[in-house]
Structures are given as structure tokens and as C-alpha cells.
Design a protein around this ligand. Structure first.
Ligand code: SAM
Length: 199
């Protein structure tokens, strides 16, 4: 992988205020992927491809990432970026709304990274659980949403998103087949493992 190009992609995204995975969150994901050695990754929310490119380094030989994005301008940039870094054979972009695309997918994934519309997290979780391999892991970024999720303050504009993020947390912590931890890295990261042979 061309690391210099990757650094340029990151800097350009930051300059253009495109929300990309934060460094401390990425460090945690890197550790998880190093141990997991994934064959298939699903990402919901590609933006300009930065996180997908970073994750592609941890795929085993022949592994693939499917990533979903609905913003046409970002899809174009993501395609360009993936090509610049030279990982186009590892990353497939599904173009469109994840709410419509997810129900059409029937693959199995070792890691699923949820990083799109916060109000849709419970729906994304339901779809992710359907497609997660035993021993696999679901990561949900921005789960603490600037602290709103853990605060009593209820007068901000993002109430629906916060309600849905809380619903996501309740589901992953109450389901006996799942084991979840929430880390205060970046904007909050929920790490959920599906209990199975590999755990
Ligand atoms: N994962 C990327 C990274 O770290 O480089 C950042 C993703 S950014 C936080 C979220 C992206 O999800 C945005 O580009 C947005 O257009 C996209 N998005 C939000 N809701 C979506 C949906 N329902 N379907 C598809 N894409 C969606």
C-alpha cells in the first residue's frame, strides 16, 4: 500500500471537514483486526474511503471489503483514493442508501464497521447481526455522540439520533449471545462480539 498517498487522503479529508475515523479509534480497530485476521469486512459509511483503505491492510490473502456510501461526490472521491493507494481489487463500493442495500446482501462477514446515519444504528445492527460470522465483531463508531448519549441534557437538536444510539447500546448489552464493551476513544466505539467457537 502507498502510505504517502494514504496520508495525503487523510489530510485532504480533514481539510475538507469530511468526517473520517479518528486516530485513537483507528488504533483500537487495528489491534482488533490484527488478531481477527478477517477475510470479509462490511463497512456502512465509506465517505472518501479512508477507513476502508486502512482496514484493507489486515485482510488475509484473497480477502475483501464491501463498503456502502450514498453520497455521489464522496463515492467518486473514494474510488479515486482507492485507486491511488492501489487497493482496488480489495474494496468494493455499494452505491446507494444502506437502508435499501443491506437487506439485499447475503454474505457473511468477520468484521462489520457501522459508521453512517446515527438514527439508523438499530436497523444497521439488525442487518449486521444477520450477516456476522460466529466469533466476528461489530464495531459502531460515534456511539457516545459528543457525550449526549450518556448525558441527561435533552434539549439539543440530535434527540432522535441519541435515542437510537441508546437503543443500539441497550440491544448489544442485553442480548445474551453478544458481549459488548464501549470505549471512550474518538466519539465512542462500541465493540460487540458474537459469542461462538472463536471467542
Ligand atoms: N468510515 C469513513 C472513514 O472513517 O473514513 C467515514 C464515514 S462518515 C462518518 C459517514 C458516511 O456515511 C458519510 O459519507 C455519509 O454520506 C454516509 N451515510 C450516512 N448515512 C448513510 C446511509 N443511510 N447509507 C449510505 N451512506 C450513508
Amino acid at each position: 500500500m502507498n502510505k504517502q498517498e494514504l496520508e495525503k487522503i487523510k489530510q485532504k479529508a480533514l481539510e475538507e471537514h469530511i468526517p473520517i475515523i479518528m486516530d485513537d479509534t483507528l488504533e483500537v480497530v487495528d489491534e482488533i483486526l490484527t488478531k481477527l485476521k478477517p477475510k470479509k469486512i462490511l463497512e456502512i459509511g465509506t465517505a472518501v474511503g479512508y477507513s476502508a483503505i486502512c482496514f484493507s491492510e489486515y485482510l488475509i490473502v484473497g480477502g475483501k471489503i464491501d463498503t456502502i456510501e450514498r453520497d455521489e461526490e464522496r463515492i467518486l472521491q473514494a474510488k479515486e483514493n482507492i485507486k491511488k493507494v492501489g487497493v482496488e481489487e480489495k474494496i468494493n463500493i455499494y452505491e446507494g442508501d444502506a437502508v435499501e442495500i443491506l437487506p439485499t446482501l447475503n454474505e457473511k462477514y468477520d468484521m462489520i464497521f457501522i459508521d453512517a446515519a446515527k438514527g439508523k444504528y438499530p436497523f444497521f445492527l439488525k442487518e449486521a447481526l444477520r450477516m456476522l460470522n460466529e466469533g466476528g465483531v461489530i464495531l459502531a463508531d460515534n456511539i457516545l455522540y459528543k457525550g449526549y448519549v450518556m448525558s441527561d441534557y435533552n434539549k439539543h437538536k440530535q434527540r432522535t439520533a441519541v435515542r437510537n444510539l441508546r437503543e443500539y447500546i441497550a440491544e448489544v448489552t442485553n442480548n445474551p449471545n453478544l458481549k459488548t464493551e464501549i470505549l471512550e476513544v474518538g466519539d465512542g466505539l462500541a465493540i460487540t462480539r458474537k459469542l461462538g467457537k472463536a471467542v
